[in-house]
Design a protein around this ligand. Structure first.
Ligand SMILES: [Mg+2]
Length: 101
């Protein structure tokens, strides 16, 4: 699955989320939600690395939580980029892959 396909599916989920939770995804919602998800990723990473409450979860469960929060972060990045009409593939080419030349 490429980023455009991924974005399309993430948008479908986000549309459902907006409808089900009766929220409005306005301009700053996307960056605020991204920060929320980064916070959740950090919280789970702290637990995984024994610097936060482990909530009686196994190491495997804690790592699984990190993978889910990472997915949330990626989803929110794709939503933010889509909302602001940013081509993330082009951005990666310009910012990251320019170092490969
Ligand atoms: Mg989350």
């Amino acid at each position: 699955m490429d980023l455009k396909e991924l974005t399309k599916k993430v948008l479908m989920v986000s549309d459902q989320y907006e409808k089900n939770c009766k929220i409005k995804r306005d301009e700053d919602w996307y960056i605020l939600k991204l920060h929320e998800e980064i916070g959740e990723l950090t919280q789970n990473y702290l637990s995984y690395t024994l610097r936060g409450r482990n909530r009686n979860l196994t190491k495997e469960e804690l790592k699984n939580n990190i993978s889910h929060e990472l997915a949330d972060v990626l989803g929110q990045i794709l939503l933010f980029a889509n909302y602001h009409d940013i081509d993330i593939e082009k951005s990666m080419e310009e910012k990251w892959f320019s170092y490969l030349k």
